[in-house]
Design a binder for this molecule. Structure first.
Ligand code: TYM
Length: 331
């Protein structure tokens, strides 16, 4: 790590498949920010088990996600890219921070309330407690900036609260992180239901574009996207389907709202959707090609996993050691 650079930490759960929402809301921005920051990009498998996972599938998805990080353009030599469960400090600090977090605070987390409402079986303590583990992830590395999509903003806010509480009790220990929400595409919505977030756990496969979807399926899903009965292509809350497709288009082409709207004046929805599909395919195709290359080289990934988990551990253990001393553990 280069000493004078600021630190970024972020992660994605290896549950389900990586979506275009994950790419636009998080990964794409990481690929830009990696040039200016010391970055840690984690595959957060310990977060994935807050809901039941098939063990063989989880193992496969964790490795797949790391390969996708690389395929999307993240450099595993420059950044620290690793799997969370291979760095035990996350669990250790997570437990300690549990004892500095209030049940009431966790109960107010929107994502927890939404997920709980959807579950018909018993909700685990892990799902309830998940933002504390996320706070541990971030605080272990003295993180300055956390680039995430809009749905994770509240979790970064609670991380700040926990860090300030700890610092006030025991003197300066944790850096207080800032959240980074992208100006475009912070919340990509479902293609079939543009009033709900595009999600990797969604049951309707047409609602969601996956980064490893066949190219023709990607184009087909966009062409079937729900819009409205008007004809105009405008960026407004009143037209959620069109607004969402414009967000996707702008993110894939780096165009601003004004230029994108101008581009589609007097254009029909069919032609518009075709352009959006082309832009998405141009973004995803090279990622899939790179993915195939990485996938073919099994040893490469294992080497990266081992090296990067060691690099992450050595940084994380510094913070953890300080914390243990301050709270009175025998070290
Ligand atoms: P996860 O795995 O649900 O999502 C990973 C990232 O993708 C973003 N995202 C979206 N952005 C825009 N539109 C969407 N439809 C969309 N869906 C997902 C998320 O905001 C996120 O940035 N708790 C986190 C993972 C995590 C983490 C961390 C993140 C664990 N520890 C520490 C940052 C720092 C999560 O479940 O993300």
């Amino acid at each position: 790590m280069i000493e004078d650079k600021k630190v970024i930490f972020s992660g994605i759960k290896p549950s389900g498949n990586l979506t275009l929402g994950n790419y636009i809301g998080a990964l794409k921005n990481w690929t830009i920010l990696q040039h200016e920051y010391n970055c840690l990009f984690c595959v957060v498998d310990m977060h994935a088990i807050t809901v039941r996972q098939d063990p063989a599938e989880l193992r496969k998805k964790s490795k797949e996600l790391l390969k996708l990080y690389i395929a999307c353009g993240l450099d595993p030599e420059k950044n620290i890219m690793y799997i969370q469960s291979q760095v035990p400090a996350h669990a250790e600090l997570g437990w300690i921070l549990n004892c500095y977090t209030y049940v009431g605070e966790m109960g107010r987390m929107t994502q927890y309330k939404e997920k709980k409402a959807k579950q018909n079986e018993n909700t685990t303590v892990g799902l309830f407690d998940y933002p504390v583990l996320m706070a541990a992830d971030i605080l272990l590395y003295q993180t300055d900036l956390v680039p995430v999509g809009d749905d994770q903003k509240q979790h970064v806010e609670i991380t700040r609260d926990i860090a300030m509480r700890f610092n006030n009790l025991y003197s300066e220990t944790f850096k207080i992180p800032e959240v980074y929400i992208p100006p475009v595409g912070a919340r990509i919505m479902g293609l079939q239901n543009p009033t709900a977030k595009m999600s990797k756990s969604d049951d309707d496969e047409n609602d969601c574009i996956l980064l490893l979807d066949p190219i023709d399926a990607i184009a087909r899903k966009i062409k079937r996207a729900v819009t409205d009965t008007e004809k105009e292509i405008r960026y407004t809350k009143e037209k959620p389907g069109i607004k969402n497709l414009l967000d996707i288009y702008m993110s894939c082409t780096n165009m601003n709202v004004k230029d994108a709207e101008a581009r589609f004046t007097n254009c029909g929805y069919g032609e518009f959707k075709q352009e959006v599909a082309d832009a998405v395919v141009s973004t995803i195709r090279p990622i899939q090609e790179k993915y195939k290359e990485i996938d073919a080289d099994k040893e490469y990934l294992d080497k990266i996993l081992k090296q990067n988990a060691e690099r992450a551990s050595s940084i994380a253990n510094r913070t953890l050691g300080k914390v243990k001393k301050k709270i009175g553990f025998v070290v």
